[in-house]
Design a protein around this ligand. Structure first.
Ligand code: ATP
Ligand code: LTN
Length: 326
């Protein structure tokens, strides 16, 4: 069975974008693949974090995975910092990565070009992501479009290692959703809906109340020509709302556009809000049940044991190939 692996950083509250671009795909594929989903907590400290909030969010992330439909019987669910091999393997890949290729990674490029003071960790984190993926020989990595570049780095590094030291790692393939690969900020629909950088009015959090969700969607920025059509370039706000609707109802875009043809923007927003409220209240009910149980710790304990065993074997093989150790 092919292996699928993904993770969502606990660097902020998970959003509708994280759900549609990240978790939802893993839920859809979980019966067909050997699925791994983890909390990449080491990735979240590339930018400063409050230690108390970070710890809370790690638990919340796992509870949300489960509430969104990640089945603990079909997935290996684990915490990155529960397995020391991620960072160890990352070091080996750092030594195989060229400065030029790391410098081309967009997050580092964007932040450093704005003159922001960025950490070395932000520069090297795509390499840690390579280690996250290759350590388990993942075949497929479901991600939103913003992460495609990083999975491509993982492909390049797997190929480079295999060529230099002999066949060792599976070369992974990114899985990008057909609809919803980039959900946009509701207030600024040319920017990604983000948990760490977005406008709080433009970002729907998975744990927002019904009232807040409706308010955010009803005040989404659109345009003034009152025609509902899918045209990302000229109508980014309307196209984003149609995308959210299409992703959550699993209806193809053509059908969605036909459904809304001739309606006004207010009616479109109302229907999108209904669909989002429906999906998220369902998730929130399950989330509360999970947070009141021991499930999160139970699945993480089980996951920790499984992944450490796999990783230890893989890392040992890597040491041998590279000539490290005794
Ligand atoms: P941030 O929201 O802080 O920008 P991120 O997207 O970099 O964070 P994660 O939450 O770890 O970090 O991303 C989880 C997954 O969800 C990734 O696969 C990412 O591509 C996807 N994702 C996140 N935001 C969106 C979005 N707005 N639209 C589509 N996919 C998204
Ligand atoms: N870098 C990703 C999160 C992430 C990830 C991974 C996703 C870390 N390791 C491995 C898929 C596979 C992000 O910033 N969203």
């Amino acid at each position: 069975m092919k292996r699928l692996l993904t993770g969502l950083k606990p660097s902020g509250e998970l959003t509708l974008g994280s759900y549609i671009g990240g978790i939802k795909q893993s839920v859809a594929y979980q019966s067909d693949y050997d699925s791994f989903i983890f909390v990449p907590d080491l990735h979240s400290i590339t930018v400063p974090q409050d230690p108390v909030l970070l710890k809370e969010r790690i638990k919340k992330n796992v509870a949300l995975y489960l509430a969104c439909g990640i089945d603990p019987d079909k997935n290996t669910i684990y915490l990155q910092s529960d397995n020391l091999y991620h960072a160890n393997l990352s070091w080996i890949f750092e030594c195989l990565t060229y400065m030029g290729e790391a410098s081309r990674m967009t997050q580092y490029k964007d932040k450093s070009s704005k003159g922001e003071n960025v950490s070395v960790g932000l520069f090297t984190y795509p390499i840690l992501m390579t280690a996250d993926i290759l350590l388990y020989d993942a075949d497929y990595v479901p991600v939103g479009i913003d992460q495609k570049q990083h999975v491509e780095l993982a492909r390049n590094l797997a190929e480079r290692f295999n060529k230099k030291f002999g066949e060792t790692f599976t070369v992974p393939t990114p899985l990008i959703p057909k609809v919803g690969a980039k959900i946009m900020d509701l207030q600024n629909p040319t920017k990604k809906m983000s948990k760490s950088e977005g406008d709080s009015k433009g970002t729907i959090l998975l744990l927002d109340s019904e009232e807040v969700i409706r308010k955010k969607i009803m005040s989404a920025v659109t345009d003034s020509d009152n025609e509902i059509k899918y045209d990302v370039e000229n109508k980014p706000g309307i196209s984003n709302l149609l995308t959210i609707y299409s992703a959550l109802t699993n209806k193809p875009m053509e059908e969605v556009v036909l459904h809304f043809k001739g309606m006004n923007y207010g009616s479109l927003k109302k229907e999108v809000a209904d669909v989002v409220v429906d999906a998220l209240t369902n998730i929130q009910t399950k989330y509360q049940e999970i947070m009141n149980s021991t499930l999160v710790d139970d699945v993480l304990d089980k996951g920790k044991e499984i992944v450490n065993k796999i990783a230890q074997e893989k890392y040992q093989a890597v040491l041998e190939k590279v000539g490290l150790g005794r």
